[in-house]
Write a protein that binds this ligand. Structure first.
Ligand SMILES: Cc1ncc(COP(=O)(O)O)c(C=O)c1O
Length: 336
């Protein structure tokens, strides 16, 4: 099928660019030194491609992602890099033979892991992002508590999410050094083989972790595009012009904010190249053109500002090589 025959709005993955991104990352982080984060693509088909490229261990953000990955047989080493207070569904996945580790940062989450039947944990350490993670100086005490409850403590994790998007590379670099000093300090108190952290924006700056948790690098978005990283935009939305107003100088396409993660700002219209986005509303994207006009039925292509929520809005990704649709991957790890 030609890509122009797809019903729109369509979520489109450029397979050659995806493979190039996989290869670029794997050169620096081969095998299990990379723990790709499935939250950025929510597709077991894409995860299977990563496993085939030598990355059998994955990060998940939701219990549903863990369940879906395990059901797809991608269960060699799944880390729920997030806190849960009811781990029974994770325990059920363990009972079916999967290796599941869960992040813990409090006595409550430790108790939940033990009660739910999860055998292994990482102590989640706050390294500066105002989100989950214990203070570094409490990591050792939590590790002892987890061990006392029969859990195996594999090590620590700490995600420097407040730094990964900084456009100033020097600021990113010094920030990562400060953050990772906290994680190293916590690791000294906790022990274990695993120091997990990092993301796409710090992929070549974070030299402290034993495994990188990057996910966005696979498909990319315009927010990360501003950092000048060597990863190519592999995710687009194709839309169709459904109405034009030549007198007022605008056209309207069917790619609205319900098809696009907008928390990092507007998408970028990449085709037509002279398009200037006016605004997005629920089901519509209104744009003008410098000196040119659009016709009802024309195609437009946009790159999203933020890959994770964009993917989560769609049921499937259409996989293309050049102008040919070569596959269709269900976005089968959505919801909770
Ligand atoms: C805990 C954790 N690790 C890693 C990542 C992946 O980061 P990136 O999207 O920069 O690749 C995220 C993303 O939000 C995350 O929440």
């Amino acid at each position: 099928m030609h890509v122009d025959e797809l019903a729109t709005p369509a979520l489109i993955v450029d397979l050659d660019r995806l493979d190039a991104n996989i290869a670029t990352m794997a050169q620096r982080w081969p095998g299990t030194t990379l723990r790709p984060h499935v939250k950025a693509f929510k597709s077991t088909a894409l995860a299977r491609r990563l496993a085939a490229a030598g990355h059998p261990a994955f990060c998940c953000a939701t219990v549903r992602e863990v369940e879906g990955m395990a059901a797809a047989g991608l269960d060699a080493d799944l880390l729920l890099a997030n806190e849960v207070l009811d781990a029974r569904r994770l325990g059920a996945v363990v009972d079916r033979g999967a290796r599941v580790t869960v992040a813990v940062d409090s006595p409550e989450t430790i108790a939940a892991a033990a009660a739910g039947g999860v055998a292994e944990v990482l102590i989640d350490v706050n390294v500066g992002l105002p989100r989950c993670g214990c203070p570094p100086d409490q990591a050792g005490r939590l590790a002892e508590l987890a061990s006392a409850q029969g859990l195996r403590v594999r090590g620590v994790m700490g995600y420097e999410g407040h730094l990964v998007g900084l456009e100033d590379r020097a600021a990113r670099q010094s920030g990562v050094a400060e953050s990772m000093a906290l994680l190293v300090e916590a690791h000294a108190a906790v022990g274990g083989d695993v120091v997990s952290g990092g993301g796409t924006g710090t992929w070549d700056l974070n030299t402290w972790v034993t495994e990188l948790q990057a996910g966005s690098y696979l498909l990319m978005d315009t927010a990360y595009g501003a950092l000048g990283l060597p990863f190519q935009p592999a995710l687009s939305l194709a839309g169709t012009v459904i109405s034009v107003n030549p007198a007022a100088g605008y056209a309207v396409a069917d790619v609205g904010l319900k098809a696009l993660g907008m928390d990092h700002g507007n998408p970028t219209v990449v085709d037509p190249a002279d398009a200037k986005l006016w605004f997005c509303s629920d089901e519509h994207l209104t744009f003008g053109r410098r000196g040119a006009t659009s016709t009802v039925g024309d195609r437009i292509w946009v790159h999203p500002g933020h890959v994770d929520p964009t993917v989560a809005y769609h049921e499937r990704m259409m996989v293309v090589q050049g102008d040919e649709v070569v596959d269709s991957w269900p976005v089968d790890l959505r919801n909770w």
